[in-house]
Design a protein around this ligand. Structure first.
Ligand code: 0T9
Length: 389
């Protein structure tokens, strides 16, 4: 069977015993070498837009209900990348590198139809780990922004993960906002040494134009008995029974979209066969010191070589450097300045949308509610222009 090689069996079973009694945040879990990934969690923000044309499609739909449906379709189209891609590329879920405070991941997707879509992801908190991101497409006037942390609880066979945070999708042309909540997940396959993610609970997408989408996840599927099943509905807010559109299928395979009144199929999508657009990231030597792949370069190389001793020493270098920075900040009575994001006390648009779906931000669990800071970004661009770089 797939899973742990003979040589790793005893390390894996002692690891399983250790997680059964583990409390605390996932980043501090010490996992065996073969389950370590050389990718930092700050990179995971890019899963939101690996199909740029689907990401921007709502911008060219004049009908508000259909626009809400296209936002739902885009959201569903991201799930396979978000939750299955490590499995597919690396053979199982892997433990990502735990980003340091201020770590950045910057990139761009170039698409013939959609134009340029840009990504900025920044680690805005280390204890607890929280990543904030924005993804925007200027040509189509689309901006997504969000942040997320995780809260874990452990049982013998599974790790249960609650995501804390949310995303906001904005369409400039219609001055429309969509509040997106995040599903809970659990890690299965641990006993076989081949962990993978399953989703549970719900996702809500609430639009400022008065539509709600609700997605229900079910591991094995109460309808079809298949893995990664879901059902979703779009309805006018407050009228959950008055369904306009329904979506059903598997988020890693294929799903169909129907007009709920006539039951006719109006669209279908196959995550399984759709191609992702590669993200372009600057070459390492042109990256900022705080950019993830540059900062973790030596660690990633050591993990790739299966050299745990070097992995340990290189990781310690980063951790010690971080400890020094925190110490200095504390002595000087200041806080690390986030480059692109900031905490907000109030956000009227968010408050209105959140109330409609009974969502609460739980700011105390993510060190605040984090938002993109356009003013900071503009002044950085200005500095860049003035220094001619
Ligand atoms: C935001 C996503 C998130 C991050 C990952 C739980 C997890 C870290 C957080 C929630 C993205 O938008 C979507 C996808 C996968 C989530 C990860 C899956 C996972 O296992 C890790 C945790 C930290 C572990 O690595 C635990 C160890 C595990 C591999 C078993 C040994």
């Amino acid at each position: 069977s797939a899973g742990v090689a003979a040589a790793n069996k005893s390390t894996w079973s002692s690891f399983l015993k250790s997680i059964a009694s583990f409390t605390g945040d996932l980043s501090s879990l010490t996992a065996p070498p073969f389950i370590l990934s050389s990718t930092s969690l700050v990179e995971y923000s890019s899963y939101w837009a690996e199909h740029p044309s689907i990401f921007v499609a709502p911008a060219s739909e004049p009908d508000p209900a259909k626009r809400a449906l296209l936002v739902l379709k885009w959201f569903l189209s991201t799930l396979k990348q978000q939750y299955c891609s490590r499995n597919e590329k690396l053979g199982s879920e892997k433990k990502p590198l735990n980003p340091f405070l201020g770590e950045l991941f910057l990139g761009k997707w170039e698409d013939d139809d959609a134009g340029a879509t840009e990504l900025i992801s920044e680690q805005v908190s280390h204890h607890p780990p929280v990543t904030a991101y924005t993804i925007w497409n200027e040509k189509n006037g689309i901006r997504l922004q969000g942040y997320n942390g995780q809260k874990a609880s452990f049982s013998v066979r599974t790790i249960n993960v609650k995501q804390i945070g949310h995303a906001i999708y904005h369409i400039g042309a219609y001055n429309e906002d969509y509040l997106i909540t995040l599903p809970s997940l659990h890690i299965e396959g641990l006993v076989y040494g081949a962990p993978y993610v399953e989703l549970n609970t719900y996702t809500y997408i609430q639009s400022s134009s008065g539509y709600t989408s609700k997605i229900s996840y079910s591991g094995k599927g109460w309808v079809s008995g298949k893995k990664n099943s879901f059902t979703a509905t779009v309805y006018p807010e407050g009228k959950e029974k008055d369904i306009l559109y329904s979506v059903e299928g598997q988020w890693n395979d294929a799903f169909t979209i129907r007009d709920a009144k006539t039951k006719t199929e109006i669209d279908a999508y196959s995550p399984k066969t759709s191609q992702v657009t590669p993200l372009t990231v600057a070459p390492l030597d042109q990256q900022d010191e705080l950019e993830s792949r540059r900062a973790w370069r030596a660690v990633a190389e050591a993990i790739g070589n299966g050299d745990m001793e070097t992995t340990g020493t290189e990781k310690s270098k980063i951790e010690n450097e971080q400890r020094e920075l925190r110490k200095k900040e504390k002595e000087e009575g200041r806080e690390w300045e986030r480059r692109y994001f900031g905490r907000v006390e109030t956000d009227e648009v968010f408050d209105q949308l959140a109330e409609k779906i009974g969502y609460q931000a739980e700011a105390d669990k993510t060190g605040g509610v984090w938002r993109w800071d356009e003013a900071k970004y503009q002044s950085l661009l200005k500095d860049d222009r003035e220094s001619g770089s």
